[in-house]
Design a binder for this molecule. Sequence first.
Ligand SMILES: Cc1cc2nc3c(=O)[nH]c(=O)nc-3n(C[C@H](O)[C@H](O)[C@H](O)COP(=O)(O)OP(=O)(O)OC[C@H]3O[C@@H](n4cnc5c(N)ncnc54)[C@H](O)[C@@H]3O)c2cc1C
Ligand code: FES
Length: 348
Amino acid sequence: MSRLKTFAGSVIQAALAPHAVDRYLELVDPMVTWTEIRGRVTSVVRRTDRTVTFVVDPTRQFDGFKAGQFIQLSVVIDGVRQSRCFSPATSEHDRRLEFTVTAHDDGFVSAYLRDNLKAGDVVGLTQAAGTFALPARRPRDIRLISGGSGITPVLSMLRTLVDEGHRGTVELLHFCRDEADNPYRAELSLMAEQRGVNVRYVYTRAGGGYFTADHLPELGDAAFACGPAPLLAAVSQHYADRGAADLLAIEEFTPPATVAADADATGTLTFTESSATAENDGRSILDQAESAGLFPESGCRMGICFSCTAVRKAGCTKNLLTGETDSEPDQHIQLCVSAPVGDVAVEI
Ligand SMILES: Cc1cc2nc3c(=O)[nH]c(=O)nc-3n(C[C@H](O)[C@H](O)[C@H](O)COP(=O)(O)OP(=O)(O)OC[C@H]3O[C@@H](n4cnc5c(N)ncnc54)[C@H](O)[C@@H]3O)c2cc1C
Ligand code: FES
């Protein structure tokens, strides 16, 4: 049956080329798709000034996720599809996906979602990805550490463990500005009371201060931390000082430090599929392509999700994360973290 379905799909895809079947189906109903994953927003709440929490019911193509992983969620803003990575906060045993997005002051997608998202909207989704995840064999004594929006993947881990009736110890240590900035306070307090989970909050702008070794005297068998870079650095140092760096897994939502754009950049950037060109200004190829009026697919914009991968047909590029250069032709590169060095041709 599924082979027949695949065959029929290929025939229809081919017959309708160059437009994908999904382009036609979405005219009828955006939730009826052949290959693409979409999700209908079934509820939206705004528990704090900066956040929006919403539940998405994904289409049948979605394969589920491991607690801690992320998904790329896309929305159309001013006619252009924009994607960003978000980590579901739901248990991995739950088919529905709950997201909590924290709006950044100058954040394009996060502020749009916080201000505009409503029940009934349809969003684009990808399969889940990422290595920051609960291992299949659950450690017994687990520490979860989060800061601000970093609560989502660790809450997913916590909810998963609670669903599984985890018999070991689970401790959550969450840092945020103050009580009013904590979207999950009510639920976490209930979990602490009813399910015996040890939950502690540190309100950094209400006298709580930042992470110190005193916050985590017992390291546990495994620890998962997600939050801003300074919190992750302090927690990593704590585990390293105790000779237990291998017990800790971390994830950062913020873009990592990159090599500065080359102010003396020269050469021409040629986009071979669109015949567009740009005078190289040293920024990432993704930024330069967008400035040239192109919209290559992208997601995290920080070298994590690989959705911006394209073939470098000719020329030399620099990896903005490592500073390394490479000029072998016909190689796949990540446009968001690659900058041209001289003349470069990319298949966009
Ligand atoms: C694996 C992964 C999982 C994530 N999960 C979540 C989640 O569950 N909830 C959530 O709210 N966010 C999450 N994020 C962050 C999210 O993908 C976006 O980066 C964030 O919402 C900002 O997007 P934007 O379009 O609003 O900002 P942009 O318009 O892209 O950027 C605006 C400005 O904000 C800066 N900026 C971008 N992202 C961040 C950031 N994360 N922190 C600080 N400054 C930033 C940019 O450098 C820029 O100056 C995750 C990111 C990753 C990589
Ligand atoms: S946009 Fe995610 S790796 Fe480039």
